[in-house]
Design a protein around this ligand. Structure first.
Ligand code: AMP
Length: 434
């Protein structure tokens, strides 16, 4: 094939930017993280929910907010025969939609749900930031008690701790409610209006459509204004103040290391009261702003109502698999292989090959973790494979053994071998391996 065509085909089928394959060498991380997160969530009374990967665009337009980066720049719209569908950019809005359309509000409240799956955002890819990424999230819907906010943060930290990712810094803030936020927005506008000439292009737009997002700007030129910007805690109403105070008291009770960040806002409009981000830090004193968060979340008391339901106060949070697994690898967290065979069946000659098939089935059904490479006929190759798999015991079946109805058991580490009658094999393996 001419080189030019070869190159063309390669580009046509290359991975889309910002995506990656999860290869077998990484599967153990993904499976263990998912299982541990599920088990811990179940211990706290959460149950699993799965929602579709695409939804009507209104699910997000009505909730995340039209003037947010995710809705304005990052949603993938699907080309369909008429429906306005998008690939889900986050989990919470879809779960609130499911809570509503499935009548979960009729069940005893709160409803405690967890989910796992891929999400999609048109981002500028970099390490820890992808266009298809995976989140594990928790949503507790139908209860306004601040103890729930602390519980969500605690569960996320427990999941990280389980993998040895222990040095965590929790950034925490309250962004108020419909009552107190307008007062804060006015204070913010009063502060920013005289500076508008010096703001970046995005912030110039934000000032009119979504002033809270001014506090989330990552541009160097705008960051210096954030430092002296008004703080929402000074403007919180009594209810929001008490709520926030209790969240902090519960975190204290749990011994969780938080940092109050009075300028923390989040990328979605649906948040009310508590917002948080969780970072990995060598030590909490070293905490640097603007790193990528391992997890984030907050309270969203109006979201279900915004979708058309009765008001259902709620709180949730999610972590990104890519970032947690990246951190685990950096810390050299050891994860065992998902399948670690203990016996290896070696066959020599056509008759032994046939008998080995059945032997492998019997071993597997008797509960032994067995391996083979029946496509290879040489003894050396099969032994080398057994060695690579680090099995303890190899079972060797040759012409002589078939004739004698016997089998050789070889200890891989010492090389010691014994020949025993085939009918005694299972019993002998139980003695050796159990
Ligand atoms: P968010 O839905 O933006 O609150 O993000 C929740 C968590 O998902 C973050 O703390 C990250 O761990 C992860 N996350 C969000 N966006 C991405 C992305 N583009 N690539 C990888 N992980 C992400």
């Amino acid at each position: 094939m001419p080189k030019k065509i070869k190159k063309q085909i390669k580009e046509e089928i290359a991975l889309p930017k910002g995506t990656f394959d999860i290869l077998p060498s990484d599967e153990k991380y993904w499976e263990r993280v998912e299982n541990v997160a599920k088990n811990i969530s179940r211990e706290y009374g959460f149950v699993k929910i799965e929602t579709p990967i695409f939804e009507h665009s209104n699910v997000y337009l009505r909730t995340i907010g039209e003037a947010t980066d995710v809705v304005e720049k990052q949603m993938y719209y699907l080309k369909t025969k008429g429906d306005k569908l998008v690939l889900r950019p986050e989990g919470t809005a879809g779960i609130a939609r499911a809570y509503l359309v499935n009548g979960l509000f009729e069940q005893p409240q709160p409803v405690k749900l967890f989910y796992f799956g891929p999400f999609f955002r048109y981002e500028q890819p970099q390490s820890g930031r992808f266009r298809q990424f995976h989140q594990f999230g928790l949503e507790l819907i139908g209860d306004q008690d601040p103890i729930n906010d602390a519980e969500i943060i605690n569960i996320l930290c427990e999941i990280f701790n389980k993998f040895g990712v222990k040095n965590l810094a929790i950034e925490l803030n309250s962004i108020g409610c419909k009552l107190c936020r307008p007062k804060f927005k006015s204070a913010l506008l009063k502060y920013y209006r005289p500076k508008v000439k010096n703001l970046c292009q995005n912030c110039k737009q934000r000032i009119d459509v979504n002033p809270l997002r001014l506090l989330d700007c990552k541009e160097e030129g705008c960051r210096k204004f954030i430092e002296n910007a008004p703080q929402i805690v000074d403007k919180l109403c009594e209810d929001c103040k008490n709520h926030f105070k209790l969240v902090i008291e519960y975190l204290d009770e749990l011994g969780l290391p938080y940092i109050l960040n009075p300028h923390l806002v989040r990328g979605f409009d649906y948040y009310t009261k508590t917002v948080f981000e969780i970072f990995y830090e060598d030590s909490i004193e070293n905490h640097k702003p603007n790193q990528l968060a391992l997890a984030s979340g907050g309270r969203y008391d109006y979201l279900v109502k915004e979708l058309g339901g009765r008001a259902a106060p709620a709180v949730g949070g999610a972590f990104g698999f890519e970032r947690l697994i990246g951190q685990m690898k950096k810390q050299n967290v050891k994860i065992n292989d998902l399948f670690e065979p203990e016996v290896f069946v070696i066959q020599l000659g056509p008759t032994a090959k046939k008998k080995a098939l059945k032997l492998f089935e019997n071993l597997r059904k008797s509960g032994f973790k067995a391996a083979q490479s029946f496509g290879k006929d040489s003894l050396a190759t099969q032994l080398a494979r057994a060695d690579r798999l680090k099995v303890k015991t190899a079972l060797i079946l040759g012409q002589k053994e078939i004739f004698d109805e016997s089998i050789i058991i070889k200890e891989m580490d010492t090389g010691v071998q014994e020949t025993i009658p085939m009918e005694k094999l299972m019993e002998r393996l139980k003695e050796k391996l159990r």
